[in-house]
Design a protein around this ligand. Structure first.
Ligand code: PLP
Length: 357
């Protein structure tokens, strides 16, 4: 049995609950997939199908998946693209607003105006007429690329530009969604509304499920235009419904509270440690950028890797993100005691790495 040919009640039930997390009164539709990359593939197809255009714009540093369409949008590490030959044509990348390294010296909520100007005055004038652009895809908080939140005004302006030109604003919330930042979706921090939303990862607590959600006026596949056998299978949907209850009743609030709690513990680490250049994030999505020298901001990938390794040996699992950032992305059920352990252990590791630097 699959959800493509015969429906079972749990599938529309999950779709209804997902749609209810989104703003606006217009009816919406959901399409279920098996993974994040498939959600992004679906979003590319939907943006093209709905607009009858084929160009796409994405951001440097962003990660959208590893299948050929999503990989064409991914611009995080060249090894992820190397060796696979020509990718989708008609894709341009522009810089992501990265406040810590903003060349114009803007702060976390003001960086990026010049990127939007570049989009309108360079890309739209010299490369793609905006009437040919199907979609602009962005992670509201860049994940794999370094845990960098996009400023609120930037997302709002991006939405304005998309609306002006009839371009689909596609938000990839595969990593930042499902309560991780303390809200259902990270875009809510900016008060915007996506045309197409991609979700996966946390949606079913580790079971393979993804989704794209769009307004009904956007998602109008003709029968047979798009489909999947296993996407939205009953086992994964059941896991997602159970996950939904937990996030709704406890974990979203816990992510907001524990995110604040953890951030307060780490916020002054740029003063405490010479090798911590920046601490940033939203909710339980916190990045700690490791540098050789706070003044030059030279990236210290070796020190970051040493810290990740030391933490592993002391019983704390953290991952890198980008070239030189430590990503803190704990389970949404984290408690104070565990957060204290994480902060304490990480502090020890950074101190040890700093001594050797
Ligand atoms: N989009 C984002 C933002 C991701 O972080 C990822 C995975 O890390 C993907 C898409 C791809 O998801 P998947 O690995 O489920 O294909």
């Amino acid at each position: 049995m699959s959800g493509t040919d015969f429906y079972y009640e749990s599938m529309p039930e999950l779709a209804r609950r997902l749609v209810a997390t989104m703003p606006g009164n217009e009816p919406k539709k959901t399409f279920f997939t098996n993974s994040g990359t498939e959600a992004v593939e679906g979003a590319i197809k939907l943006a093209r199908y709905a607009t009858k255009r084929d160009k796409m714009i994405a951001f440097y540093g962003c990660f959208h998946g590893r299948t050929m369409g999503s990989l064409s949008l991914t611009a995080s590490k060249s090894t992820q693209r190397k060796g696979f030959g020509g990718l989708l044509s008609g894709v341009e990348h522009i810089p992501f607003p990265y406040a810590y390294r903003c060349e114009l010296g803007h702060g976390p909520e003001t960086c990026g105006a010049e990127i939007l100007e570049q989009l309108e005055n360079q890309i739209f004038k010299r490369l793609f007429d905006p009437d040919e652009v199907a979609g602009i895809i962005i992670e509201p908080v860049q994940g794999e690329g370094g845990y960098v939140p996009a400023p609120k005004f930037f997302l709002q302006e991006l939405q304005r530009i998309c609306r002006k030109h009839g371009i689909m604003l596609i938000l990839d919330e595969v990593q930042s969604g499902m309560g991780r930042t303390g809200k259902w979706w990270a875009y809510e921090h900016a008060g915007i509304e996506p045309d197409i939303l991609c979700s996966a990862k946390g949606i079913a607590s580790g079971m393979p499920l993804g989704a794209i959600i769009a307004r009904e006026s956007v998602m109008r596949w003709k029968p047979g235009a798009h489909g999947t056998t296993f996407g939205g299978n009953p086992v994964c949907i059941a896991a997602a419904l159970a996950t939904f209850d937990l996030i709704e009743n406890e974990y979203r609030q816990n992510a907001a509270d524990m995110g604040d709690y953890m951030f307060a513990k780490l916020a002054d680490w740029t003063k405490k440690f010479k090798i911590v250049g920046d601490v940033r994030g939203r909710g339980l999505m916190i990045g700690i950028e490791i540098v050789r020298d706070q003044r030059t901001k030279e990236k210290a990938a070796d020190l970051r890797n040493a810290i990740v390794d030391l933490a592993f040996r002391k019983g704390l699992l953290v991952l890198g993100a980008g070239e030189n950032t430590i990503r803190l992305s704990p389970p949404l059920l984290i408690e104070k005691e565990q957060a204290d352990f994480a902060a304490r252990t990480l502090e020890e590791c950074i101190r040890e790495a700093e001594k050797k630097a």
